[in-house]
Write a protein that binds this ligand. Structure first.
Ligand SMILES: Cc1ncc(COP(=O)(O)O)c(C=O)c1O
Length: 408
């Protein structure tokens, strides 16, 4: 097995988490088996008692799933030392979706009567879960502007039922970028569990465990898979006892487990993860600079442009400013529709993080049901276009944008 503790990041992407397989298959196969056999009744007893390690039942684990989990845990811990100066050990649990991972994390750490403190501009699904589902279970929430640590501290001091801080940075869809070092330190000072949604940045660009957070979660559907072939989510934690006991139990009983086929696709995507991220980010910067000077574009929202209000925070904690950007067309809603219809190379679709460029017009798609005034207060204006910049040759992406920005 490769010595991934002393290897480069891209080597870990390729070899991390791989266990040689008994039939000498080069890649870990898709273990399409819902259950696993015992050699004897004694073995069954010792496996159920946890004395002997091994796979028992598909909802509890599977070798194809384990490889993806171990690889992502190694990538999130890459280069980080624990308090004893040893390589940080993390445990990851793969889920059926990012939402399933967040449910395990929240329900495994917070009880009725307690509250979550989080910020405006979260991924819509997380926001709805916190606002509409959890309150009926007695779990409340406090929303604060996380750009202002003084406000966060005042809110935490004022309410002793706040038990967990959830941070999404950069946030979907506004690209708001939050100071992980300051927020995590504040959360720890008040004994909160701190979780970071690292979907937009990925461990290639940002490692929240450097700031002592308790959990990181991802929608692996996005950059980690990278090819748009499977929905998935992962929860990674630093308290190995808790991860192996209460959170594993929560995961198994809520039933949001992944499956071998999706895990295989994820592992396969991760093999080129570092290379993809470099290209995603260098393309995104060039696209942002192109759009910024275009006469039909009112404003470009990209963390790598000096005009972005959070550019300094991004520079401090991210290796590159990422592959996501949005821009505002001067012509409003009609211009947005026309632009999407004019595209020939870039794909009109929601989601993000696939190796090809995805573009969406939120006002006519994801936010079509939200009253106009309301969506504008969230920053979803009529002519806003969101772009997940892919790894095509950047001249081709820019040529497509150039053509789509011309009148019909
Ligand atoms: C930041 C973020 N977190 C979580 C999710 C939920 O992930 P999934 O769709 O895989 O359940 C998404 C989905 O877009 C997201 O963008």
């Amino acid at each position: 097995m490769a010595d991934t503790q002393n290897s480069g990041f891209d080597t870990v992407c390729l070899h991390g988490g791989h266990t040689p397989e008994s039939n000498r298959a080069h890649l870990t196969p898709i273990y399409a088996s819902s259950t696993y056999t015992f050699d004897s009744a004694e073995q069954a007893i010792s496996m159920f008692k946890g004395e002997e390690k091994g796979y028992i039942y598909g909802r509890w684990g599977n070798p194809t799933i384990s490889e993806a989990e171990e690889k992502i845990a190694l990538l999130e811990a890459y280069g980080i030392k624990d308090n004893d100066g040893l390589p940080l050990q993390l445990k990851a649990i793969l889920h059926a979706s990012g939402m399933a991972a967040i449910c395990t994390m929240l329900l495994g750490n917070i009880k009725a009567g307690q509250k979550i403190i989080t910020h405006y501009s979260l991924y819509g699904g997380t926001h709805e879960l916190v606002e509409k589902i959890l309150p009926d279970m007695g779990i409340g929430y406090v929303l604060v502007d996380f750009h202002d640590p003084a406000k966060v501290e005042a809110a935490v001091k004022a309410d002793s039922s706040i038990a967990l801080m959830h941070i999404e940075t950069p946030a979907n869809p506004t690209l708001q970028c939050l100071d992980l070092e300051a927020l995590s330190a504040l959360g720890k000072r008040y004994g909160l569990v701190v979780c970071v949604d690292n979907t937009f940045a990925t461990p290639y660009l940002q490692q929240p465990f450097r700031y002592d957070v308790d959990y990181v979660m991802h929608s692996t559907t996005k950059f980690l898979n990278g090819h748009g072939t499977a929905i998935g989510g992962i929860l990674i934690g630093r308290d190995l006892v808790k991860m192996n006991k209460s959170l594993t139990k929560m995961h198994r009983l809520l039933g949001g487990n992944s499956n071998a086929f999706d895990a295989f696709l994820l592992t396969n995507g991760l093999r080129t993860f570092g290379l993809r991220m470099e290209r995603h980010c260098s393309n995104a910067l060039k696209v942002a600079e192109y759009l910024e000077q275009h006469p039909m574009v009112a404003h470009v929202n990209y963390l790598g442009l000096a005009s972005h209000p959070d550019a300094a925070v991004a520079k401090k904690q991210m290796k590159h400013p990422g592959a996501m950007l949005s821009f505002e067309l001067k012509g409003g809603f009609e211009a947005g529709i026309q632009f999407i219809d004019n595209l020939k190379l870039c794909t009109s679709a929601v989601s993000l993080g696939t190796c090809d460029t995805l573009i969406s017009h939120p006002a006519s798609t994801t936010h079509v049901g939200v009253p106009r005034e309301e969506r504008i207060t969230f920053g979803i204006t009529d002519g806003l276009i969101r772009m997940s910049v892919g790894i095509e040759n950047v001249e081709d992406i820019i040529k497509d944008l150039e053509g789509a920005l011309k009148s019909p």
